[in-house]
Design a protein around this ligand. Structure first.
Ligand code: AMP
Length: 278
């Protein structure tokens, strides 16, 4: 696996390959890699000639300084995992390589950046779109792979790609879960044993919502889930919403809509998000 730390080096390397007609599949990450990330590498390997992964803990998408400081950075272990997964190229820049002091960014994101995650994490999706645009400009991938785990992020990036007419095909990959159902996440390592157990209430609420959806109205499905989560041990629910997965508006009817349930909660000091297509 080739490792590049500068934009110029990775850009030049990939441009040479592209001239030979080689297609590029790209997986952007913030590292602390787990099976969820590696499933994206696998998907990229199946679709493209070469697989590029980046690891960059992007400061502009963190609205909580402590969260940024504490974000896990086990870089040596990550490199080993990527080698094992047959990743071809790792782009591993420092913050100075990606940003300079004159950087400014604001993109109109319709209503998408001030609801759900955007409401709770102001500026988060401006930071996400800022770094993804920069990374897309450097890697210029044919395909880019993202997890359904961050469903709203996928919606936001799709919106940006359409709006700026970026030539990339976005591919959404399924959520990878632990055996007991907890969605894998880099932040899970910070859950205490007790919180780790309490966190299962999120997947339980989603699974129950999927069942309820067969017989109950949208508002009753949501109400049951909120009731359940507000009583669950060690959980502070932030939202549980049913949205139209295509328009990303609150779901209004069960017919002709692809509906997704999205949940966020604090478990101890850790924020956890999850979702499920109903
Ligand atoms: P992150 O390193 O958290 O920025 O995530 C990098 C990519 O991995 C994003 O596209 C995430 O949606 C995806 N991802 C994170 N967790 C999972 C998971 N459990 N299953 C599938 N994809 C995931």
């Amino acid at each position: 696996m080739k490792i590049f730390r500068t934009r110029a080096e990775v850009y030049n390397y990939l441009e040479t390959l592209k001239l030979k007609g080689i297609s590029v599949g790209y997986v952007p990450t913030m590292g602390a890699l787990h099976q969820g990330h590696l499933s994206l590498i696998d998907a990229a390997r199946k679709k493209a000639d070469i697989v590029v992964c980046s690891i960059f803990v992007n400061p502009t998408q963190f609205n909580d300084k402590k969260d940024l400081e504490n974000y896990p950075r086990p870089i040596e272990a990550d490199i080993e995992k990527l080698k094992e997964a047959n990743c071809d190229v790792l782009f591993l820049p420092e913050v100075d390589e990606m940003y300079n002091s004159s950087d400014e960014w604001h993109i109109e994101l319709d209503h998408l950046d001030n609801i759900l995650e955007g409401e709770i994490r102001p500026g988060h999706y401006q930071g996400v779109t800022q770094i993804v645009k920069k990374l897309f400009d450097i890697i210029r991938p044919d395909y880019a792979f993202f997890g359904q785990k961050d469903f709203q992020q996928f919606v936001v990036i799709s919106y940006m790609v359409n709006k700026l007419n970026i030539k990339v095909q976005l591919i959404r990959c399924p959520i990878i879960r632990e055996v007991d159902g907890l969605a894998m996440s880099s932040r899970n390592v910070y859950l205490s044993a007790e919180d780790r157990q309490n966190a299962l209430s999120l997947i339980k609420a989603l699974t129950k919502a999927k069942e309820d959806f067969n017989t109950l109205s949208i508002s009753d499905v949501r109400k049951n889930a909120m009731d359940y989560l507000s009583k669950a041990r060690g959980i502070k629910v932030e939202y549980f919403e049913l949205f139209n997965a295509r328009t990303f508006e609150p779901a209004s009817s069960k017919e002709n809509e692809n509906i997704i349930a999205l949940v966020a909660a604090r478990v101890g000091s850790i924020r956890i998000i999850d979702n499920m297509i109903l």
